[in-house]
Design a protein around this ligand. Structure first.
Ligand SMILES: [Fe+2]
Length: 207
């Protein structure tokens, strides 16, 4: 019984030139995998057999097990992040476009706000678009912290702002990374799907 490193939902070169195959080789193949391996190493010792990934994250939070929380939450965060990306060309439409317009004025304004959140976030973490009640909200979480650890916060879209997310393609230029990814390779169909409030389940897995 173990968690798996979920395969990418596209070829590792599908998002070039905005995100390179080499980035995926490290970010997915090494960083994401390390979180999976570390969590799996604790399954017997910490009595986690049979629990889903979301149940492990909740248990780690409830028991104050920071190591387990960080690693299991990072499995979920990265899986969700990969699904938030897609080859260039999509734009928000339908209900999502209406919510963005009423909440932020336009998609461009939302992207500016998300990029500012990503760039302004000190050190490692994740920038997020979440649903709270019926409203869209831009926020960020530190390190491995994740909206699925909080009641009433529904994940829609995330951007990894750990340095390992951009150093190969953008070196230290987090602003360029944030603007490029947000402006070109967001999977808006996936974001729109998450308006049903079930986004947490889309990066969950069973052992
Ligand atoms: Fe990452």
């Amino acid at each position: 019984m173990a968690f798996e490193l979920p395969p990418l939902p596209y070829d590792k070169s599908a998002l070039e030139p905005h995100m390179s195959a080499e980035t995926f080789e490290y970010h997915h193949g090494k960083h994401h995998k390390a979180y999976v391996d570390k969590t799996n190493g604790w399954i017997e010792e910490k009595g986690l057999a049979g629990l889903s990934l979301l149940q492990v994250i909740k248990k780690a939070k409830d028991t104050g097990d920071k190591g387990l929380f960080n690693n299991s939450a990072q499995i979920w965060n990265h899986t969700f992040f990969w699904h938030c990306l897609a080859p260039a060309g999509q734009q928000p439409s339908g209900k999502l476009a209406s919510l963005i317009e009423s909440g932020f004025g336009s998609t461009d304004e939302l992207l500016k706000k998300l990029a500012a959140e990503a760039v302004g976030h000190f050190a490692s973490g994740w920038a997020w678009l979440v649903l709270e009640g019926d409203a869209l909200k831009v926020t960020s979480y530190h390190d491995a912290d994740t909206p699925v650890a909080y009641e009433g916060v529904k994940p829609l879209l995330t951007l990894d702002v750990w340095e390992h997310a951009y150093y190969i393609d953008y070196r230290n230029a987090r602003p360029k990374f944030a603007e490029t990814v947000l402006g070109n390779i967001i999977n808006w169909d996936f974001v729109a799907q998450n308006l049903d409030g079930e986004g947490a389940s889309r990066a969950d897995q069973q052992q």
